[in-house]
Write a protein that binds this ligand. Sequence first.
Ligand SMILES: *Cc1c(COP(=O)(O)O)cnc(C)c1O
Length: 428
Amino acid sequence: MSDDQENYGFETQMIHAGAAPDPSTNARATPIYQTTSYVFNDPEHAANLFALNEFGNIYSRIQNPTNGVLEERVAALEGGAAGLAVASGHAAQLIVFHTLMEPGCNIVAARKLYGGSINQLGQSFKKMDWHVKFVDQDNPAAFAEAIDEKTRCVFIESLANPGGVVTDIAAIAEAAHAGGVPLIVDNTMATPYLCQPLKHGADIVVHSLTKFLGGQGNSIGGMIVDGAGFDWAASDKFPYLSKPNDSYHGKVFTEAFGPIAFILACRALGLRDLGPALSPMNAFLILNGIETLSLRMQRHCQNAMTVAQWLKGQGDVSWVSYAGLPDDAYHGLQQQYLPNGAGAVFTFGLTGGYDAGVSLVKNVKLFSHLANIGDTRSLIIHPSSTTHSQLDEAAQIAAGAGPDVVRLSVGLEDPKDLISDLSQAMRH
Ligand SMILES: *Cc1c(COP(=O)(O)O)cnc(C)c1O
């Protein structure tokens, strides 16, 4: 981006960052560059691209111009230095950890995370001999205590699953930095419109673009944003970045690329070798979604607040966990980290327990009963009979998914209709 563009406000960047009329056709919307590969200008150009002596398009597994606009767009919205678009939120996490971890090392992670992330970190990563220590996200001191000489990063969500939990990013960033490791924040549920973790001390942000950024429930995608502030060469913890790399003629990424060594390694090593590339068609759809991000998030938050307030007054409802409510335990942190709104995903408890939860999801007509968040449509799920059914009751409760818990992702419909739908389904 030019200097001018860097000074543009959030809404302007949402529409323009990274994009310009197409130089060869003058097309105004970002074209879908549906191509696998790119012709080299001459053999020297080809050799320079392969040696990373010059940046440019080689093959769409590694880089694609439509995806490139999306990368600049999300990096600008997060206030980061550079982005890398990948096939899914989980692929973004995999590539980040692959860049930072070595066998035998560990991640210190918040206990309340998206269910799929608990599986990825806690189960699948065991095969790579990467370990995880889950700690209480409400207690920054627990992160400091858990970090040891084998820790390579700290991982949290800004607005945490299953909703309603706001994490103290600055305090946890301080604990991570005191331990010599970076803080990675999954900012999926908040989006950069509600929270910009890099401004609070985070080093890397990851996103599932599948949710509120795309916003319309039609494309899976992921993003890594590098704040470019972490000194990877300050210790010998990150040899992938600070030691000679055999697949690039012994290039040392921190020496060759300085502050953007991390995001370049994610692309030129992680994405190149692990392979989860984003389709340019999905990048196009997600770019379209991002153009209306602030408008959608404002309405998502308003509707969620209206529904949460209504639920609080219902006899069938024993509690509502929404940080936007003034008497909520996380309201203070919400005011500090998400002043524009508390998001659209939250949980509540039914006095009728498990059976009432099953009955509610069975009887809603307008809410869709499914396992996703961040759609224009309102979504509902009863975690203990679905996403968390493999856990015993104690583990469900610890994960915030006890038998009485229902999770909503409030969409953009007329809130009156959402309330009547919940009301008729609860009366069944
Ligand atoms: C959905 C989600 C993910 C995983 O993203 P995918 O795009 O489904 O791979 C990670 N973190 C959070 C908070 C999510 O909601």
